[in-house]
Ligand binder design. Structure first.
Ligand SMILES: CC(C)(COP(=O)(O)OP(=O)(O)OC[C@H]1O[C@@H](n2cnc3c(N)ncnc32)[C@H](O)[C@@H]1OP(=O)(O)O)[C@@H](O)C(=O)NCCC(=O)NCCS
Length: 140
């Protein structure tokens, strides 16, 4: 089965999530297979996932947990990656965000392939690095 026929091929981007990051991985980000190193993808997902919490937390925050992380398809040099996010939970001091990553292969622009999905939790912290309540009244 080719990747384009794979069940995860996704001709449409999610309409219920927000585009929070676009980036193109470079040769320096590859592993021994020549594909993109998973740790590089995780770092981008961590950054992308923090964008929506940043609006509500309005200050310092820390990633407390990666609840789920699935690499569904390899990422390659030259892919154009689009990171979509949605807040799935707002707690007292923490927020959980779902991130989905879609790749447009170098020679297949406009065809989107879901390569990664993840769920991460971020905690608002004070100047001493201790959890602080999120100002829930600021939620839109
Ligand atoms: C983030 C940190 C300040 C939280 O401190 P803590 O003493 O564990 O705080 P608490 O136990 O009060 O938990 C704070 C919030 O995090 C949530 N949380 C804690 N552990 C969690 C876990 N494993 N998964 C999901 N959420 C978790 C709690 O449910 C709580 O959320 P709520 O207030 O919305 O209910 C502390 O763990 C820390 O500094 N961690 C290092 C963070 C970091 O450096 N991240 C970068 C990666 S190196």
């Amino acid at each position: 089965m080719t990747e384009h026929a794979h069940a995860d091929s996704h001709p449409h981007l999610p309409s219920d999530k927000e585009l929070v990051l676009k980036v193109i991985p470079m040769p320096a980000d590859t592993n021994g297979n020549g594909d993109i190193f998973g740790g590089w993808v995780m770092a981008q997902v961590d950054l992308a996932g923090s964008v929506l919490p940043a609006r509500l937390i309005c200050g310092r925050m820390a990633t407390v947990a990666v609840n789920e992380f699935v690499f569904k398809q390899p990422v390659r040099v030259g892919d154009l990656l689009s990171f979509f996010a949605e807040v799935t939970r707002v707690g007292n001091t923490s927020m959980t965000v779902r991130v989905e990553v879609y790749a447009e292969r170098m020679r297949a622009q406009g065809r989107y392939l879901k390569v990664t999905e993840a769920s991460l939790t971020y905690v608002a912290i004070d100047d001493n690095g201790r959890p602080r309540p999120i100002a829930r009244t600021m939620q839109a």
